[in-house]
Design a protein around this ligand. Sequence first.
Ligand code: PLP
Length: 395
Amino acid sequence: MVNKGCYTLGSQKSGIRELFEFGNKRAEEVGRENVYDFSIGNPSEPAPAEVNQAIKDIVDNIDSVKVHGYTSAQGNASTRKAIADDMNDRFGAGVMEDNFYMTCGAAASLTSTIKALTIDHDTEFVTVAPFFPEYSVFATVGGGKLKVVEPDIPDFQIQFDKLEAAINKNTQAVIVNSPNNPSGVIYSKATLTKLAETLTKKSAEVGHTIYLIADEPYRELVYDGAVVEYIPSIYPNTIVCYSYSKSLSLPGERIGYVMVPSCVENWKEVYDAIAGAARNMGYVCAPALIQLVIERCTKCRPNLEAYAKNRQLLMDGLIADGYTVADPAGAFYLFVKAPNGDSAAFSEIGKKHDVLLVPGGGFGCPEYFRLCYCVPEDMIKRSIPIFKDMIDECK
Ligand code: PLP
């Protein structure tokens, strides 16, 4: 016998995986260059040169036992101090090394935080569509559940009446992701201020703190001078789940952190519970070598030139073709309205043209589809007339 939930999770194929396999099959039949795969959210820019240089320096110059040994569960103090210094320089965050817990990426940050905040089977987490589908998996890790608030179409900010209605005495936290996967939208300061007011009001109403979990792997991926607010300065009970997967193009290295700033009510208790949750799930410590790399690279920022160019090309081309696109202020995705109103059916039309796009149903927004523009520029150029044929087929 095995655990049914785990079996289902492990044996079912995700929609993206199926598209990936379809793409591979078609590549064999028609040639890789004739498959327009916009499905996978994997950074296409190499990690900054400083990262690779740091790996070499560390491996060449630091005692191998230290480089590859266990670190303390929360991560090296020197690494956490370097990150805290950077956050203080950039945001006036007023944080110190003790506010950081190093993790194996945002997924581990989120599961540890969610598990730490799950009181019992009645515990609820609320998120706003469109949302990263893995939240449904993460929310259940401690036995709780996820509630999804309908999307605010076409701006993709937050419908506050719906959010308020979703919160009750079992709500422990609201999870937000800005810049957003899949929409690329960044929450405005007005939205975050209203969110803070709502959570403050609801916390008083239910008689306990409702935390805000800010999932921020795309924090540094922004275009045209867009601003990503430092959320704890707007809502103090914010726990930040961060990752270097996208900002330093290191998704396979599994490195990130949870930041529980001291302005969070009972922050030390929350921090210790996160440490306990990570221990319970067997994380032990974040990868030691990469912690040392991060310590030296806190000032590194992604090279956004290629993403910015691709974003503009794809957005302009699709709009010229007649598509409606959500404001792609950040991340590396475009969220596009399916011309026939049904993104699952439109994805099938795409497959007939060897164009792979992710239907929005899994993100809680079935009218839209996601395109990841971490692809060759030439592929985008060649795809625009095909998108035109696809929209014409819906007329
Ligand atoms: N949160 C969001 C919104 C994401 O898009 C992703 C990955 O794509 C993650 C979390 C998980 O990131 P990581 O690779 O750091 O675990």
